[in-house]
Design a protein around this ligand. Structure first.
Ligand SMILES: [Fe+2]
Ligand SMILES: [Fe+2]
Length: 248
């Protein structure tokens, strides 16, 4: 019995929206097949796979049905968290999504899921991604301060959602946590953030995040051990479509 994670599948069985990289980059060619094969090799029926957001390019649930069916057909228990491109998933309608897809899929939001003696908590997160202004050498000399102010509001909303999940789990007696975000926990200017602070406050052992895909973005945030927790990027192309084992 093991816990795995991967993110940013960006499936598009019924939709036409595709990232340019997805059309041209070799790593994305037949990525659905690569992931399916790797999952079939790695996961058994008792294993759990967390999909850390950006599941589908579909603009609404009707355009995502085939993509969600693909995820249903992967082996093991599947837990989905929200990404910025998941237009089909309105937070307020999470309960309806669960009613429709459980027990095959669990849509995790403002709640927690249990894996062994761990509580899995998740939210989309947010981080300021610019625009940044650079000098000729590519060093940051400034940024759009209005966009930064807007980002701060989104970050605080996401932190509230995350706290709700931690508190619910704590109230139910959970003491061990794994924290999932879609966005990276820090932006390219930060060493720490409200998200890293919250991971420390509740003692989350690991922080798993996605969203950074395309080689230029792989090192936008924290990798490995940092202030007592371990941080892992699980975007699909970074992992070459092989889910990362998080826990035995
Ligand atoms: Fe993505
Ligand atoms: Fe994303």
């Amino acid at each position: 019995m093991s816990l795995y994670a991967i993110g940013d599948l960006h499936l598009h069985y019924q939709s036409v929206l595709k990232a340019p990289g997805q059309l041209h980059d070799r790593v994305w060619r037949n990525h659905e097949e690569k992931l399916r094969k790797n999952c079939e090799k790695l996961l058994g029926g008792r294993d759990t796979l967390v999909l850390a957001g950006d599941h589908s390019w579909g603009r609404n649930l009707a355009e995502c049905e085939a993509d969600l069916q693909y995820i249903c057909d992967l082996p093991g228990r599947k837990i989905l968290t929200r990404g910025n491109h998941d237009m089909f998933w309105d937070v307020k309608k999470t309960r309806q999504l669960n009613e429709r897809y459980q027990p095959q899929l669990t849509f995790l939001q403002d709640d927690y899921a249990v894996y062994r003696d761990y509580a899995l908590v998740a939210t989309k997160g947010f981080t300021f991604e610019g625009p940044f202004y650079l000098d000729r050498r590519g060093r940051i000399t400034g940024w759009d301060e209005e966009a930064e102010e807007h980002a701060k509001k989104l970050v605080s909303r996401e932190l509230m959602r995350l706290r709700t999940s931690f508190e619910l789990a704590k109230k139910d007696g959970c003491r061990k946590f794994i924290m999932f975000l879609h966005y990276p926990p820090t932006n390219i200017m930060e060493e720490r953030s409200g998200f890293t602070d919250m991971a420390e406050e509740y003692g989350a052992e690991q922080v798993i995040y996605a969203h950074c895909h395309g080689e230029r973005r792989f090192h936008d945030s924290i990798h490995g051990e940092y202030r007592g927790r371990s941080y892992h990027l699980v975007s699909g192309d970074y992992l070459r479509w092989k889910p990362l084992k998080i826990l035995e």
